[in-house]
Design a protein. Structure first.
Length: 81
């Protein structure tokens, strides 16, 4: 694990302290790690959406599509078939 040291204005430090106290984080470092993980997840999701949009046409995602998926799951077949 890498250690990072940085300086924050008092207002940001107070905000982090309040979040730790009210949201159940163990420390300010835990709070910052959670924020970074959330940002990573947002970026990953955004890239998946962009990749999907660029992948070309696909079948309609409507009630019939979801029914076919449910039928595959119920029959024990892989939904990706």
């Amino acid at each position: 694990m890498t250690t990072m040291t940085f300086t924050l204005p008092e207002s940001l430090s107070a905000f982090i302290d309040a979040e730790v106290a009210t949201e159940g984080y163990a420390s300010g470092a835990d709070y910052l790690r959670a924020l970074i993980r959330e940002q990573q997840a947002r970026k990953s999701l955004r890239q998946m959406i962009l990749d999907g949009a660029a992948s070309g046409p696909c079948e309609a995602v409507d009630e019939a599509y979801f029914q076919r998926l449910r039928d595959r799951v119920r029959s024990g077949r892989n939904a990706a078939e």
